[in-house]
Design a binder for this molecule. Structure first.
Ligand SMILES: [Zn+2]
Length: 324
């Protein structure tokens, strides 16, 4: 491999994803490791250092690795190189860039993980040729990134556009941010599983009990989707309600930003038809009339590689930002 590469790394609360990305946005040697966040920032930084060494060795010459694009789940400032707040990693004021630069000698660029996924889709995925888009990743939590008039919305705190923390249901379930009834507390995988578990505990009959052999820790959105596909009433109701919350949240975003595309990613988008069928037409039904066109709701093209590719693109794409 004699081409030049950027190492894209996407640190999540559960997994770290990494790949060498060429200047056309093509990932190579993609891999997923466990984050082990409970072992603290020092442990994660050491893991990142080891990853960098691993990828350098993959290359014919170490100097073909030109830099590290690092996506982190929280508020990051690329100028200071600090992750000021990463609630899902339990990080506060971690000096990421300096630390990694000292250890590896390579330039580091930081970005919020949802913004990284958004850039990946904008440059190389479902958002190509689109000037106004919103990228929503629904997994353990909800990530969201906004491209408005071809500029990435960053904001002075480095993490503008937290769509997951719009309140959808007043006095709804507790959210990790401290408020109640946020979109994340209603439609994330964590929220869907929690709501299902509560219904099962309250004695609602369902196929799910048998599918997980009574072991509640085995309950996932995939199992709920599988039960819904078998016409299980509880599973269908849960996903139908999730869809209503999602439609409300996404309609709010359409009314605010008039996007051409909403790109959906994350594990929950595999939860099947009950959740996703006609999502676009239902949003259009409730959106402000003049904002219904040209909206399209589409799945992510890059899947779990979007963040890695987007983080790497910081080195070879011209990125205009709003705020930051
Ligand atoms: Zn919240």
């Amino acid at each position: 491999m004699s081409e030049k590469y950027i190492l894209g790394i996407d640190v999540g609360a559960t997994n770290i994803k990494a790949a060498l990305v060429d200047f056309q946005g093509r990932p190579k040697h993609f891999q997923i490791l466990l984050t082990e966040k409970e072992r603290g920032p020092g442990h994660i930084l050491k893991k990142l250092q080891e990853l960098i060494v691993f990828y350098k060795e993959k290359l014919e010459k170490a100097e073909l690795l030109q830099g590290i694009g690092l996506a982190l789940p929280g508020s990051v400032n690329d100028t200071t190189g600090i992750c000021a707040f990463g609630p899902n990693l339990r990080w506060k004021n971690v000096k990421v860039s300096q630390e990694l630069k000292n250890r590896t000698g390579l330039p580091i660029k930081l970005i919020n993980d949802a913004n990284a996924a958004c850039l990946g889709e904008y440059f190389f995925g479902s958002g190509r040729n689109c000037s106004n888009l919103i990228c929503i990743t629904i997994g353990t939590g909800i990530g969201s990134g906004f491209i408005l008039d071809n500029k990435l919305l960053i904001g002075p705190s480095g993490a503008a556009g937290e769509a997951g923390h719009m309140v959808i249901v007043e006095d709804g379930p507790q959210c990790s941010c401290g408020r109640r009834g946020c979109l994340e507390a209603l439609v994330s995988a964590t929220a869907i599983v929690k709501r299902t578990r509560e219904k099962i505990n309250a004695g609602h009959p369902t196929l799910i009990t048998e599918m997980i052999d009574g072991k509640h820790e085995l309950l996932t959105t995939e199992i709920i989707a599988e039960a819904a596909a078998k016409k299980d009433e509880l599973a269908i109701n849960i996903l139908q309600q999730t869809k209503e919350y999602l439609v409300t949240g996404l309609t709010n975003l359409v009314n605010l930003f008039n996007p051409e595309k909403i790109i959906l990613g994350g594990g929950v988008i595999h939860a099947g038809d009950v959740l996703l069928k006609n999502l676009e037409s239902e949003i259009k039904k409730s959106a402000f009339p003049t904002l219904r066109e040209p909206l399209e709701v589409v799945p992510s093209l890059l899947g779990n590689k979007a963040g890695v590719i987007g983080a790497a693109s910081l080195f070879f794409k011209k990125i205009k930002t709003i705020g930051g």
